[in-house]
Design a protein around this ligand. Structure first.
Ligand code: HEM
Ligand SMILES: *[C@@H]1O[C@H](CO)[C@@H](O)[C@H](O)[C@H]1NC(C)=O
Ligand SMILES: *[C@@H]1O[C@H](CO)[C@@H](O)[C@H](O)[C@H]1NC(C)=O
Length: 494
């Protein structure tokens, strides 16, 4: 009895010590995070950060707190990094510490930490190395990625020619072609432009990207713990992505039925080979879940980003007709009218290259980046970011950093040209982010943008329906993603 009582007291003491320790650690951690507006319980900084203008709210806070600050997105503290220097110090100089993927609650219900883009730790390292190897053209089919893009660009030109210069809305022309490039890599074949299932997939990707950029999604990211149980619009992303997942799972089944390990046709086949090699390893990352979700990552990321950039690029080029004339001149000098453009032409076309960089800079497709996370306790600029802290690298604030771009808000291709007209690199050009999580499709996307812009402008000139001065380049939606405005144009054959 006495002994039991002593144990109880001892345990109670231990427990209180632990509780005090935990509470104290919290306070201490909170104190060592970078400064920021004072949060209120549960709401966090909801009063300072507007869910319908998150990026703009961050820019306001930056004026007060500097380029590194903490905001509470609901109950979750997030460290925000603004401008080239802060982002580079984190993602490049401290690449390893900042290489974790932060929470993206609006899609986590579908992914649950699987698939290369949202994975962490060894799973991420394995999936990333594998995916990069495949995208770099090893061991898959006979055709290079460049040839696949050239083929797809020819189909697009044919479609444009059929419009006979009548006004069109370019969104689905561009998403079908961009999607077909990544489709040919992951599924081994392109889709027919009229294929109903294909159009349905593109509609779902289009809608998910819009849904991810609504204030609802921002709210969901803050309060997913509660909101996942509530009905409402925020659930649409979940159902859209589940449907996309089902489609990919069905393609995996088709591949399995005709699978020949000696002769892999596409990304899915290469992954299946790994699954067979590892089939006795219970802990392998080469499993069905990672196959479906990594393929979904590639298919999704490879479609919307490239096609939005092309769509915004057309608009910027039409607003600046002298730019189109100069690109055409360069095409004539380097490629001429009789052959398809190839990637090797790029180094000989500094002006075109500069324009494409400037288009990407202003398209600013994910202004707040994709959330990162520190994988261990990290000292940064005199603060302590405890392991697991989420970090938002505001890519949009780097792409418009006035220290690196003379006219941050203007379309000014000279940002990427020196006095002699040679291409000039700019270290604050980070549309693909930087460091260990840098976009996995960067090389492919850059190839696509160059080959599409040049082969389109080689064959067509772009005509707006309003005068160039009246073209409005304000994004249609600006949230997680910047979505370019909807507009019509005519493609007039040269
Ligand atoms: C203009 C086109 C594109 C832009 C601007 C773009 C931009 C980005 C950005 C900003 C990130 C986040 C990097 C970070 O976490 O810091 C990213 C990640 C990623 N991108 Fe892209 N992307 C483009 C095209 C593509 C394409 C064509 C593919 C597929 C082949 C792709 C696949 C991925 C994947 C898988 C990730 C996740 C990487 C990881 O978490 O390790 N992207 N991209
Ligand atoms: C989806 O398509 C519509 C046109 O039907 C377009 O206005 C919208 O911008 C597209 N969304 C994205 C994310 O591109
Ligand atoms: C585009 O231009 C190239 C070079 O002039 C030509 O070979 C090709 O047939 C044209 N494509 C289309 C679809 O008109």
């Amino acid at each position: 009895m006495e002994f039991g009582g002593a144990i109880t007291i001892f345990l109670a003491l231990c427990l209180s010590c632990m509780l005090i320790l935990i509470a104290w650690k919290r306070v201490k951690k909170g104190r060592e995070l970078p400064p920021g507006p004072t949060p209120i319980p549960f709401l966090g900084n909801l009063l300072q950060v507007r869910t319908d203008a998150t990026f703009q709210s961050f820019m306001k806070l930056r004026e007060k707190y500097g380029s590194v600050f903490t905001v509470y997105m609901g109950p979750r503290p997030v460290v925000v990094l603004c401008g080239h220097e802060a982002v580079k110090e984190a993602l490049v100089d401290r690449a390893d510490e900042f290489s974790g993927r932060g929470e993206l609650a609006s899609v986590e219900r579908n992914f649950q930490g699987h698939g290369v883009a949202l994975a962490n730790g060894d799973r991420w390292r394995i999936l990333r190395r594998f995916s990069l190897t495949i995208l770099r053209d090893f061991g898959m089919g006979k055709r290079s990625i460049e040839e696949r893009i050239q083929e797809e660009a020819s189909y697009l030109l044919e479609e444009f020619r059929k419009t006979k210069g009548a006004p069109i809305e370019p969104t689905f022309f561009l998403s079908r072609t961009a999607s077909n490039v990544i489709s040919s890599v992951v599924f081994g074949s392109r889709f027919d432009y009229e294929d109903k299932q294909f159009l349905n997939l593109l509609r779902m990707i289009n809608e998910s990207f819009i849904e991810m950029s609504t204030p609802w999604a921002q709210l969901y990211d803050m309060y997913s713990g509660i909101m996942q149980y509530l009905p409402g619009r925020h659930n649409r992303i979940y159902y859209l992505l589940e449907e996309l997942k089902d489609f990919i799972a069905s393609r995996v089944k088709i591949n399995e039925a005709s699978f020949d390990p000696q002769n892999p046709r596409d990304f899915i086949d290469c992954f299946l080979i790994k699954m067979h090699q590892d089939k006795n390893n219970l802990h392998t990352e080469f499993n069905l879940k990672n196959l479906v979700l990594t393929t979904l990552n590639l298919f999704f990321a490879g479609t919307e980003t490239v096609s939005s950039t092309l769509r915004y690029g057309f608009l910027l080029i039409m607003k600046h007709p002298e730019v189109e004339a100069k690109i055409y001149e360069e095409i004539n000098q380097v490629i001429g009218p009789h052959r398809l453009p190839s990637v090797d032409d790029r180094v000989k076309m500094p002006y075109t290259d500069a324009v494409i960089h400037e288009i990407q800079r202003l398209t600013d497709i994910v202004p707040m980046g994709i959330p990162h996370n520190v994988i261990r306790d990290t000292h940064f600029r005199g603060y302590l970011l405890p392991k697991g802290t989420d970090v938002f690298p505001l890519l949009g604030s780097v792409l418009k950093d006035p220290k690196y771009f003379r006219y941050p808000d203007a379309f000014y291709p000279q940002h990427f040209l020196d006095e002699q007209g040679h291409f000039k690199k700019n270290e604050a050009f980070v549309p693909f982010s930087s460091g260990k999580r840098v976009c996995l499709g960067e090389a492919m996307a850059r190839m696509e943008l160059f080959l599409y812009f040049t082969s389109i402008l080689q064959n067509f000139s772009l005509r707006p329906l309003v005068s160039p001065a009246d073209i409005d380049v304000t994004p249609q939606i600006s949230g997680f993603g910047n979505i370019p405005p909807t507009y019509k144009l005519c493609l007039v054959a040269r």
